[in-house]
Design a protein. Structure first.
Length: 248
């Protein structure tokens, strides 16, 4: 349901958009089965490497990433399934996992300068540094999105920090569930596809933009709220892309 609603929000208003779907599955039960290990970290890294290559080879110009692989999530996994393991070892495995995945994600994005990757900041209500997702890094063609409410105020649940350079509505974002039923999702997972949607509209106006140019345009055309965060302004971004195309 999460992926379907996110995809619908990303595609809204794009009658001719092509959707490339990349799916990864993992156990959601309690306790986790199997228990997380360094070996699984390498397996997941290989899956992420293949996933990024597949998306880029398929021609995706904007990649929505409404997930993060947070260090605390892996630590909770280990607390549930390996409580006898010393806490220092659990922390070491969780940190090793995040560092391993981060290296693969960074390398994959660097190989795709024509693509803009849009990540969700996460919903722990803390800083990116404290949450420490595998997506906590900076690249010119990678944009991390936080959530605001309908009044443009930073949502209480959103993660923040220097890495989060653009905010969008993450409150009751319209989408659809499998089968077509309407849904209204809340969270940074829904704020990210709002930005992905805007990025696709900008590219439709000017497909020559690189991933870094697209990110820069979205940031430079944003509004600023009372507390200094950049707020997505889709119409202004599209108009700027049109003007850039005419000039160049």
């Amino acid at each position: 349901m999460h992926g379907t609603s996110v995809a619908d929000a990303a595609l809204a208003g794009h009658a001719r958009a092509d959707l490339v779907i990349a799916r990864m599955e993992w156990w959601h039960g309690n306790p986790p089965v199997p228990c997380w290990t360094r070996e699984f970290a390498h397996r997941e890294a290989e899956s992420l490497r293949d996933l990024l290559d597949y998306l880029v080879e398929s021609g995706a110009r904007v990649v929505n990433m409404s997930w993060g692989r947070h260090e605390q999530s892996y630590l909770r996994n280990l607390e549930q399934c390996a409580p006898v393991l010393p806490i220092e070892e659990r922390r070491a495995i969780a940190r090793y996992t995040v560092d391993t995945l981060r290296a693969v994600l960074r390398a994959g994005m660097q190989r795709a300068p024509q693509t803009l990757f849009v990540g969700a900041a996460g919903n722990e209500g803390t800083t990116m540094a404290q949450s420490n997702p595998a997506t906590r890094f900076a690249l010119p063609n990678f944009l991390i999105v936080g959530a605001v409410n309908r009044d443009g105020e930073v949502a209480r649940f959103t993660n923040t920090g220097a890495e989060v350079t653009l905010f969008a509505n993450g409150w009751r974002v319209p989408g659809r569930l499998p089968g077509g039923a309407p849904a209204f999702g809340t969270g940074t997972s829904m704020a990210a596809p709002v930005v992905t949607n805007a990025a696709a509209k900008v590219l439709a106006e000017n497909p020559r933009l690189t991933g870094a140019e697209l990110r820069r345009l979205l940031e430079q055309t944003a509004d600023t709220n009372a507390t200094g965060q950049r707020l997505l302004h889709t119409k202004r971004a599209v108009e700027a892309a049109r003007a850039w195309r005419i000039v160049h």
